[in-house]
Design a protein around this ligand. Structure first.
Ligand SMILES: Cc1ncc(COP(=O)(O)O)c(C=O)c1O
Length: 392
């Protein structure tokens, strides 16, 4: 397959699509952006001073995989959060999880599996980099519905064995963007067993792990350690973007089996962009501190409560267990987003921009994704307008 053809069928990214849909029309009132998942709570106070104290670090090439101090801060966090003891060769630092989720597929997806084209599984709807990663390595992306009927997580075990035998990589997101569903211990256990049975690796996108409603979501590394899974089966991706309100810092990590991490490190040494040293120093402090994370979570929990009140009694409304999106059922997502914009000025994302047609079904068509990132009063005004305009 010629290289450009791999991407020729890609839809535009969600946000240019949204601009095309809405921007020819005037907003009906005060503009309230509830589209992009960009955290807007305050960043931790230590960021500026640490950056300033380490400016000289911009004058040197940084260590590719992470400084020993940063790797140690990360393994310390994993131990405290998940009870899993990892060595530093089981972790690699990332410029945020998006590039990591892409490059891990390049590093670990084989050219063929059992002599056939490998399959990369992903939930549908999903964070779009999963599909681009699959296409980039010449694998076949398989979009597995994550709908109300499946608890908003994909039921990978329901796929035919012939497909499962071709699976090289399975992406999974918990808490899920956009639905906010959380994978239970049983879900992780079953997925690990399925990966073992059909010989594939799990890429667990857990970048929303610290934004939860009532209890910390169980993690892939935690359950893998509990059941004594082969560490090469699962790679977990975490980020400071949501946990620490630092989406512009571009800092995260991947953790998992030492062999897989060594492959990722090797690819990174050829083609990666290491994190600047001052940013590694800030990251070290951010993984070591939980106070700012607890404060941040409390702000989201307050917003969840406000959303509950505003939508109480609305059929199909489910407040998320984690993450910071509402996934609201409507008749037609694009029509609803346009109506809302034209009548009120509230901007939300049609669910179909995060999902694909698969098997004659597009599970995002009848949803809107609403980001709870604006300050609380602004968010409440937006949600009330949305309720009255679309469900009144
Ligand atoms: C599900 C999911 N995964 C990964 C990312 C990437 O985050 P970052 O690269 O900032 O860590 C995002 C960002 O919005 C996301 O929603």
């Amino acid at each position: 397959m010629a290289f450009p053809e791999r991407f020729s069928n890609l839809p535009d990214y969600a946000f240019p699509r949204l601009r095309k849909l809405l921007d020819a029309h005037a907003p009906g009132g005060e503009q309230i952006a509830m589209t992009i998942g960009e955290p807007r709570h305050p960043m931790p106070e230590f960021v500026g001073p640490i950056l300033a104290a380490n400016l000289a670090g911009f004058g040197v090439y940084p260590p590719n995989d992470g400084t020993p101090e940063l790797l140690s801060a990360i393994t310390g966090w994993i131990k405290r959060r998940y009870g899993a003891g990892l060595n530093e060769d089981q972790v690699m630092v990332l410029n945020g999880t998006r590039e990591g989720l892409f490059n891990a597929c390049v590093a670990l997806c084989p050219e063929t599996k059992g002599g056939k084209t490998p399959v990369v599984l992903m939930p549908n709807p999903f964070y779009q980099v999963y599909a681009v990663a699959a296409l980039s390595v010449g694998a076949e992306p398989v979009y597995v519905p994550a709908t109300a009927a499946t608890g908003f997580l994909p039921d990978y075990a329901s796929l035919p064995p012939a497909v499962l035998d071709r699976v090289a990589v399975a992406y999974i997101c918990s808490p899920a963007n956009p639905q906010g569903a959380v994978a239970s211990r049983t879900y992780w256990r079953d997925l690990l067993a399925l990966a073992e049975r059909h010989d594939f690796v799990i890429f667990a996108d857990e970048c929303y792990s610290e934004i939860w409603r009532t209890a910390p979501p169980p993690g892939a590394l935690e359950v893998a350690a509990e059941v004594g899974a082969n560490p090469e089966r699962v790679f977990s991706f975490h980020s400071l973007s949501k946990r620490s309100n630092l989406p512009g810092l571009r800092s995260g990590f991947v953790a998992g089996g030492a062999r897989g991490i060594a492959e990722m490190r090797k690819l990174r040494s050829f083609a990666g962009a290491p994190l600047p040293l001052p940013i590694q120093r800030v990251s070290e402090a951010a993984w070591a501190d939980e106070i700012h994370v607890t404060e941040n979570r409390a702000l989201y929990q307050d917003k969840f409560r406000a959303a509950d009140e505003i939508f109480s009694g609305l059929q199909g409304f489910q407040c998320p267990e984690g993450g910071f999106f509402l996934w609201l059922p409507v008749e037609d997502g694009e029509a609803a987003a346009l109506k809302l914009w034209r009548e009120t000025g509230v901007r939300v994302l049609p669910g179909a921009y995060l999902s694909r047609d698969a098997g004659g079904q597009n599970p995002g068509m009848t949803y809107l994704r609403v980001a709870l990132v604006a300050p609380k009063e602004e968010m409440q005004r937006g949600l009330i307008q949305l309720r009255d305009c679309l469900y009144g």
